[in-house]
Design a protein around this ligand. Structure first.
Ligand code: NAP
Length: 351
């Protein structure tokens, strides 16, 4: 550790000194050491003071960085409650921290059995079984339980909701905003959202719908999910087809990448090579559409030379029912998603 010409340590050294001070205090505390404190020379004292000042300024800077990203410090206004820490709840939690600049401490993540959320707890997320506590600390409440679990959850938080303070974003498939409001018996603004699991890496396609006018809730939801991928506000009656195309769609496109990689193995590549080649080719194809806003056929035309191998492969796939299989799959997924509401089928099962 060396001081520079002005007798000051550099940043790394000051952090090291601070760590040593902290370690020494911790050892004294845990060993219940009652002996005399270490004595410090005037030079040591000067170094300790420098380290202390540096750490306090550093922490203040960290706080103000957080403030600039999220608009204020960790507080009710900026905290987010994710009620239902399953697949999509955890994916949103990861996305908020990795892509939207939230601190883990700003995210309240709940489920009834929190054992599987240990990794989130370690990272500093507010993991709890207490939905009411989460609601009390957060303005934005995202509901991500299964349709059959919704009634119990809404009953448990009903009296903790303050209509002019909270906003509710419901990712629950097949359940309308009206149904959520009625079950809550509240005028709290409700927005229906349909993200997909790529939300974890900031690549979701999230559809949103709200009843009535474009109010503060949908603006907040659009802003939030805009940081986690693309958003589209749609009429609420289109939310079920959106579930099939965007949420189930992740699985449909992954299955087509898997099929391409299996074909890749048959034509000569090792499994990992084939998967990487197929996945990156799929990403490139999707990016061509999204970045240049063109129709797939105009990009396909650029790849299909007369009597070439691409058109031969494509036509063979169509003879085998490629497009037809995708369309039929989407229609079936839409039919099933439309039957999720417990009010419609008696149990709300989404198996
Ligand atoms: N997965 C997706 O890609 C996706 C995409 C968009 C929308 N959705 C919709 O989001 C919802 C959740 O889907 P999922 O796939 O994430 O299901 P999931 O993995 O089963 O997650 C649901 C979670 O809710 C928790 N939960 C149940 N009751 C609760 C309560 N009273 N309080 C707190 N937590 C509770 C469950 O944990 P415990 O049993 O431990 O409580 C479970 O972790 C569904 O309605 C689905 O349609 C899913």
């Amino acid at each position: 550790m060396s001081k520079n010409s002005s007798n000051l340590y550099n940043q790394k050294d000051l952090i090291d000194i601070w760590r040593k001070i902290k370690i020494h205090s911790a050892i004294r505390y845990f060993s219940q050491e009652k002996g005399p404190e270490l004595t410090y020379s005037p030079a040591d004292k000067h170094d300790r003071k420098q380290a202390k000042t540096f750490m306090s300024t550093n922490n203040k800077n960290k706080d103000s960085n957080l403030k600039s990203r999220t608009g204020s410090n960790n507080s009710f206004e900026t905290n987010i409650a994710l009620l239902g820490g399953g697949n999509i709840g955890c994916a949103i939690a990861r996305g908020l921290v990795n892509k939207a600049g939230y601190e883990p401490a700003q995210i309240y993540l709940t489920r009834r059995q929190t054992k599987s959320l240990g990794r989130f707890k370690k990272k500093g997320f507010q993991v709890t079984t207490d939905n009411r506590r989460a609601v009390a600390h957060c303005k934005t409440i995202i509901i991500a339980v299964q349709p059959t679990q919704l009634n119990e959850l809404l009953t448990s938080i009903r009296t903790a909701i303050v209509p002019d303070k909270h906003i509710i974003l419901s990712a629950v498939a097949g359940i309308s905003n009206k149904e959520v409001s009625e079950r809550l018996k509240s005028k709290v603004p409700v927005v229906r959202i349909m993200p997909n699991t790529a939300v974890a890496i900031g690549e979701s396609m999230t559809c949103l719908a709200a009843n009535g006018q474009r109010g503060r809730a949908i603006i907040t939801a659009e802003k939030l999910f805009g940081q986690l991928g693309r958003t589209l506000v749609i009429p609420e009656e289109h939310m079920i087809p959106a579930t099939a195309l965007c949420a189930c769609g992740v699985a449909f496109f992954l299955r087509s990448v898997r099929a391409a990689s299996q074909g890749g193995i048959q034509i000569g590549f090792h499994a990992e090579e084939a998967l990487e080649m197929a996945a990156q080719t799929a990403r490139g194809a999707a990016s061509l559409l999204l970045e240049s806003n063109v129709h797939p056929e105009s990009e396909i035309d650029k790849v299909t030379t007369p009597q070439g191998c691409t058109i031969a492969g494509l036509n063979r796939m169509e003879h085998e029912g490629f497009s037809s299989a995708m369309i039929k799959g989407l229609v079936t997924a839409t039919e099933i998603a439309g039957s999720f509401s417990p009010d419609k089928n008696g149990d709300g099962s989404d198996d």
